[in-house]
Design a protein around this ligand. Structure first.
Ligand SMILES: Cc1cc2nc3c(=O)[nH]c(=O)nc-3n(C[C@H](O)[C@H](O)[C@H](O)COP(=O)(O)OP(=O)(O)OC[C@H]3O[C@@H](n4cnc5c(N)ncnc54)[C@H](O)[C@@H]3O)c2cc1C
Ligand code: SF4
Length: 672
């Protein structure tokens, strides 16, 4: 039975062959033998991101037996804190030792890789895909939209930018999301993860100074991260020039900061003391945080549940395929990829199932379960996908401007480069929010990890040549002959090397210098939430109605216009991303989405949605007789239930909605 070709490690899978070949071979190594397991739990949780972690904490606190199924592995930092003097010896890394114990045999991978060009190759090579189920970054390329999510114990918390932002009440009411409690969600983030910090400065702030004090220009501006200051000042100019109301705010981040916080007894209570280190402004949150300053769920799930409560079992490297309704609960089928033997198909049962595999995972599992005839579901399943209006673009060549946005010039007419250093600081540090024509918009600064610096600089230098390569016919027809010469020279240099390249000023530049005058906008807005998922073969696919494709929706044009104004106020040139402009492998108007929402959206009845406001899954078998009938004990508690764009980073809303559903289904969490 055991098929040795199944015992592939992350490295030899990736090194072995091309992804397509591997995808095929990976499918054939799955053991056809089904283990007739009689495992029955009170509950099964699928996925360990935001929704899955909340369900797991609640089940653990209420003394339930639970199985937590997660497709990915553990990811941790290899850096450890030194032992404080006088303390007894302890494990170097308790999580790694616990997981690697032979009786558990769980893979633990380290996330750092060199944060430069070579690291980028490693990152791309080790992404999650059908030939490499142990990768961390899952980047899927659908028509017009690329979606990035994480695979690993902790889900999106492993690679996200730590931002906790509330959606505007008007936005929530436009999408019909009601009765969610943000105060409670923030309390959850602090009680189960760690204090929220605002980090807009180059170093932890001196005692008595708050991040909010930097909202106005002051003689302490030098303390601000350069890109936080650039966004603040540019927003001021736009307010002055165009009268659009907007305020700059430091973001609340799930990151440990060194501080002189005093607890209620007046004692200094510094989170970064003894058990953590604080944010070193390494600008690589999406690659994993070396100083362990980010509050990721792998750590808290391990500490608060898996290592201390034997009633809750984690099964990582376990990908759920289907859910089947039984007379007294549900049967979940999954592929167990643990160990070095054949991958096993397993079945487990429970009276409650919490689906928290994220927008793509949960929608795919439900679509597959319906196709197999295991679950009768609403006809709305798959509909209502929203990009959250996610949009990115660059301001290139930032220069010093005055309070009116005019370039500051020396007496001989020279202007000065304003370095904004996107390679430093947390990925997002601050935001501006504004309303246009009845819709809300959020624009944040965004970091660019050092490993992307060379490729960004090369792309910016040679974008014309690359664009010509991708569409030579239209380029040639629109060009003068002199440009054609430039094109040929440029292409020759790209393909065969630039003769004078070694003498270029970039030759010895560090990653930080290469792109120090590039500002990266990260925006969210309100799209029409009209994408629809379906199964193509066995995998989820995504499309849009032909009469309202995503790229033509008005929110993106509004964002581009505002980003042009902000770029101008920074003395820089607005530059769209190659995915949006169209380049080589990218079709025009392709969005990169990091905040996918919907697919199993909430609706008052199954005529409008897949779940009700408490995440209970509608029973499609009863649609003509009882349109609000649900499958008892089957819940969706992740981002797929969100019924439209939030125009804000979504995790606080996902957490608030998951708390509403889980606390009703299981019991309250202790949030002290
Ligand atoms: C680069 C980046 C930066 C971001 N920054 C922010 C930010 O600063 N603030 C913010 O609010 N949001 C941010 N987001 C978005 C945020 O990460 C997601 O909205 C959030 O993680 C969604 O939570 P979830 O519970 O829906 O699912 P996820 O967190 O995606 O968790 C789903 C889990 O299910 C697992 N899974 C999937 N399929 C299966 C299966 N078949 N079987 C078993 N397990 C499965 C996955 O491995 C994963 O662990 C960011 C996202 C990215 C990619
Ligand atoms: S900026 Fe660096 S140190 Fe700070 S939270 Fe992000 S990855 Fe960690």
């Amino acid at each position: 039975m055991a098929n040795r070709s199944a015992s592939l490690t992350r490295r030899n899978v990736v090194q072995g062959a091309a992804a397509g070949v591997l995808a095929a071979s990976a499918a054939t190594v799955i053991s056809k033998e089904v283990e007739a397991q009689d495992n029955k739990y009170d509950a099964i949780v699928i996925g360990t991101g935001f929704g899955g972690s909340i369900a797991t904490f609640a089940l653990s606190e209420q003394g339930k037996t639970a199985l937590v199924l997660e497709r990915g592995t553990f990811w941790i930092t290899p850096e450890t804190l030194g032992l404080p003097p006088g303390k007894p010896p302890q494990f170097r890394n308790a999580l790694a030792d616990w997981a690697r114990d032979p009786k558990r045999d769980m893979r633990v991978q380290y996330w750092p890789r060199p944060d430069h060009g070579i690291g980028l190759v490693d990152l791309l090579e080790n992404r999650y895909h059908p030939g490499n189920r142990y990768g961390l970054h899952d980047y899927r390329m659908f028509r017009h939209v690329h979606i990035m999510t994480a695979s690993g114990v902790g889900g999106g918390s492993l690679i996200y930018s730590n931002v906790n932002l509330r959606a505007q009440p008007e936005v929530l009411s436009r999408i019909g999301l009601k009765d969610i409690n943000y105060d409670r969600a923030e309390k959850f983030m602090e009680a189960y993860r760690g204090r929220l910090s605002a980090i807009v400065t180059k170093i932890p702030l001196p005692p008595g100074m708050s991040a909010e004090q930097f909202a106005k220009r002051s003689d302490k501006d030098y303390l601000l991260l350069d890109r936080s200051r650039a966004l603040r000042d540019a927003a001021d100019v736009v307010v002055k020039r165009f009268g659009t109301a907007m305020t700059w705010r430091p973001l609340k981040l799930s990151v440990t900061e060194y501080s002189d916080f005093k607890d209620k007894d007046g004692k200094i209570n510094n989170e970064a003391d003894g058990v953590h280190t604080f944010c070193e402004r390494q600008g690589r949150c999406m690659l994993g945080c070396l100083p362990q300053a980010r509050h990721t769920f792998n750590k808290t799930l391990f500490k608060k549940v898996f290592s201390s409560n034997p009633q809750v079992t984690l099964s990582p490297e376990s990908e759920v395929r289907t859910i089947k309704r039984l007379a007294d609960g549900y049967e979940v089928t999954y592929i167990d990829r643990r160990g070095e033997g054949a991958w096993q198909e397993r079945k487990v049962r429970a009276t409650q199932v919490f689906l928290a595999a994220g927008v793509l995972g949960t929608t795919e599992i439900l679509l597959r379960s319906r196709r197999e005839g295991f679950l009768q579901l609403s006809d709305k399943l798959g509909y209502g996908f929203s990009t959250n209006g996610d949009f990115g673009a660059l301001a290139v060549g930032t220069r010093f401007t005055d309070e009116n946005g005019d370039l500051i010039k020396t007496p001989d007419g020279k202007t000065g480069k304003m370095s904004v250093f996107p390679t430093r600081g947390p990925i997002n540090t601050c935001d501006i929010g504004f309303d246009l024509e009845g819709k809300h918009y959020t624009i944040e600064d965004s970091g660019i990890p050092s490993m992307f610096a060379k490729i960004v600089r090369t792309g910016l230098n040679d974008i014309g040549a690359l664009r010509a390569l991708s569409d030579p016919v239209s380029f040639v027809s629109g060009q003068q002959s002199s440009s054609l010469t430039t094109l040929v020279t440029s292409l020759r240099e790209r393909l065969f090397g630039k003769r004078d390249f070694d003498a270029s000023k970039d030759r010895h530049a560090t990653e930080a210098e290469l792109i120090d005058d590039v500002f990266f906008f990260n925006a969210m807005s309100e799209d029409h939430a009209n994408g629809y998922f379906y199964l193509k073969g066995d995998e989820i696919d995504l499309d849009w109605p032909a009469d309202d494709p995503i790229g033509n929706q008005p929110c993106f044009a509004q964002l581009e216009e505002m980003m042009r104004k902000l770029s101008d106020a920074m003395g820089a040139t607005y530059t769209a991303l190659p995915t949006w402009e169209g380049l080589l492998v990218f079709a025009k108007k392709t969005l990169i989405v990091t905040h996918p929402l919907g697919g199993c959206r909430i609706g008052p009845t199954m005529a409008d949605g897949t779940v009700n406001e408490f995440g209970e899954v509608y029973d499609g078998g009863k649609k003509s007789i009882q349109p609000d009938a649900v499958h008892p004990g089957l819940y969706v508690v992740d981002g797929s239930v969100i019924s439209g764009a939030l125009a804000a980073n979504p995790t606080l809303t996902i957490a608030a909605q998951a708390l509403k559903a889980v606390e009703r289904a299981v019991g309250p969490l202790k949030l002290i």
